[in-house]
Design a protein around this ligand. Sequence first.
Ligand code: FHN
Length: 423
Amino acid sequence: MPTLPSYEERTRWFHQARFGMFIHFGLYSLLERGEWVMFRERIRPDEYDRLADRFAPERFNPREWARTAVEAGMKYAVFTARHHDGYCLYDSKVSDFTSVKRAAKRDFVAEYVEAFREAGLKVGLYYSVLDWRFPGYFEPSKYPESAAAVVQQLHDQVRELLTNYGPIDELWYDGDWVSVGRRNPASIADFWRAEELNAMVRKLQPQILINNRCGVKADLDTPEQHVTASEPGRAWEACMTICHPAGWGYVRHITDFKSVPELLQHLIKAASGEGNFLLNVGPKPDGTLREEETSRLRAMGQWLQVYGEGIYGSQRCDIPGDGVTEAGNGQWTRKGKTGYLFLSRWPGTEMVVPLVQTKAVSATVMGTGIRAQIREEYNHRLVLSGLPDKPPHPDVSVIKIEFADEPRLVEETDTSLWLQGKA
Ligand code: FHN
């Protein structure tokens, strides 16, 4: 029996990647009112099914998506193989509701994995465990056969996806909450037969990373629309829409898109907690990406070309961040003895980072080549001076600081000592 790769081995690429593309695409894009339109508008399955006879996105071109992801500095993607509406964007043998058997006549998953691998990107698949078309999902005790059928579909289709499309790097379950879960959360894993399912997954794809949305912890935590670090040592990935109101699938009229500085701050905060940022795009019905999304991704990629060194493969830093948006000491990441200080509130020609125990050896304003002067003052204040008066980057600037050892904070045993300058 070949030995399974360790968690550390399986998560190595993930920690180097830090930034991925989430892609929500499916029948719902035709209605241009988001991916929950079937449930929210209570569209009967037989009526919703008719969308499959006109969904044939003529400009679907995953190479274009992959090009955008590479340009954005993204290193992997997660693509919706099947969302809650039950429509399969791949060639499922256990369903007639698929993109191969209906108007599109295309295996979108096959085209996606090929295009993204060609672009040097890791490939993940999103799969909704729930399927709104099954009454047994909503009322399992009232419709036990239907409940068993939706679970069996899950096992059969995950087996298909992990057998027929080559090595898959990430399996992104979603929709594990069930009506039975609302009454007894402990039963979610039992309801989906999650342990049995993941045992099969690991047998089929030993290298894969599995998220925590099938009732069991598995490999990855998945904070949604917020960036919250897991405990050290546990991989995690914050997923987020580019627009403010949740709209993962295409929504025609969105007025509130996040700014590039805000999106960068989320990425930096994720990297500072040794986590990843999975940023979503919702392709239009014809398969193209909207300009509001591609323009932001392009700008993030240009920023990463200069400052990505402090993001990709980042480690937690003992010097806490006040948060990139604060006027304080910004947000830190680390790589070994090197600290990266991210500042969207540029301090001007001088700044102080208090309570730094470790000796700083040098400080460079990234993207400018300017070496700052460094000196230590009372209370272990690290003073950086000779900085440019204006911020080197309009969104977020970065100072790279080499330390004599892993940068550590002073441990304030008596928190009043700083008053005497003896912290
Ligand atoms: O219901 C889904 C939603 O449509 C979307 O796919 C997000 C993405 O993480 N997940 C669920 C909501 O938590």
